[in-house]
Write a protein that binds this ligand. Structure first.
Ligand code: KG4
Ligand code: ZN
Length: 345
């Protein structure tokens, strides 16, 4: 099917309204977004409490919770936006990457709704959706842009020449940044998810108390966080009396240092007009402050999505879906869930 423009939509609806659905990990989310920018509703039901006692996401529990929550969450998003199925232009849904069972629940639900409402289906790449999160609040963005995408499953530097045109500049060779926060937090007995817990306790610690390693900081654009995690574990085993606040603050300082320095170097090398943060770790205050300051000093624009749009949500899925719909048209109803889906570079 040929791509569609803002004016002509296949269903005859003219409000540019996309229902977005996200179930790739442990958030069940639905949102209604107009023209890829204007958020009419965004509902996120977090399963954090269900998984917390296991110290991480349990895939089977996630799938079952998505099954229970999906329809109520979609209904709430529709009610809050004041729309019915007839008002929508399409249903966009994350079809990868993520947990296979979790993805299948959202994808099957979206297919059912698209069929019932006679709407096009749009498959969305979860990573691409994170890249669109900044646009939800910043509107027009200065391109080319260097985005640091840091979540529980991914750590990537992505050069965005224009919306939908990506070049993968660097990635992690072992743990993702969020994974490092989660594993260190678990080791320190701070609970799950680890990122917010570390940020909280680090506020009363000294970030310079322990000089943890900044791996690969001056070479290339790839990241490695597994050595940092091991260094934290070794330090605590060797100095059990070390204050947890200081360990957390020093770990966070090392992680932020590496992330910000690589983003800064990549932005200079690719001569971009702006930088952006995306993904759950982008909610981290020290990282946000550091990246904003570096960008200001370098004379670059800086897009920092609000915290609610950093972590998994469906507004970013609807926004990415709107752009994919316009460039590629709808997906087939045989669209598969793809747990290892990569960015369309
Ligand atoms: O993007 P996201 O919600 O889910 C994935 O697609 O992975 O990211 C979740 C990750 C978790 O590892 C969590 O610990 C981390 O983001 N995170 C943070 C903060 N809030 C969430 N990391 C550091 N500081 C935070 N404030
Ligand atoms: Zn995510």
């Amino acid at each position: 099917m040929s791509p569609v423009s803002e004016q002509e939509t296949p269903t005859g609806a003219t409000r540019g309204l996309i229902l977005g659905i996200e179930t790739s990990c442990d958030e069940t989310a639905a949102a209604v977004v107009a023209f890829g920018e204007d958020v009419l509703s965004s509902v996120v039901s977090s399963q954090v409490d269900l998984h917390a006692r296991f110290g991480g996401v349990v895939p089977e529990i996630a799938s079952r919770a998505h099954l229970e929550l999906l329809i109520p969450v979609v209904a709430q998003a529709m009610v809050e936006a004041g729309v019915s199925g007839a008002d929508l232009d399409a249903v966009a849904v994350t079809h990868g990457p993520g947990l296979i069972g979790a993805l299948l629940v959202g994808l099957s639900g979206a297919k059912g709704l698209a069929l019932a409402w006679d709407l096009p289906l749009i498959g969305v790449n979860h990573l691409e959706a994170h890249l669109y999160a900044a646009q939800l609040e910043h509107g027009r963005i200065a391109f080319p842009q260097m985005v640091l995408l840091v979540s529980g499953g991914h750590t990537q530097l992505v050069a965005v020449a224009a919306p939908g045109e990506y070049e993968l500049v660097g990635g992690t060779v072992d743990d993702a940044a969020g994974e490092a926060f989660d594993k260190v937090a678990r080791f320190l007995g701070l609970g799950y998810p680890g990122g917010p817990a570390i940020e909280e306790i680090a506020r009363s610690g000294d970030p310079q108390a322990i000089d943890f390693p900044r791996a690969m900081v001056h070479s290339g654009f790839d990241f490695s966080f597994s050595g940092l995690k091991t260094a934290v574990i070794n330090h605590v085993r060797r100095y059990p009396e070390a204050a947890t606040e200081d360990v957390a603050a020093s770990f966070q300082a090392a992680a932020v240092d590496v992330l910000a320095l690589k983003l800064e170097r990549a932005a200079a090398e690719y001569d971009v007009a702006s930088v952006a943060l995306a993904g759950g770790v982008a909610a981290n205050t020290p990282l946000r402050q550091r990246v904003a300051l570096d960008a200001e000093l370098a004379g670059l624009g800086c897009s920092l999505p609000g915290r609610t749009y950093c972590t998994d949500n469906a507004a970013m899925v609807a926004a990415a879906g709107w752009h994919r719909f316009r460039s590629d048209g709808p997906s087939g109803l045989d669209l598969p869930a793809v747990p290892g889906l990569r960015l369309p570079v």
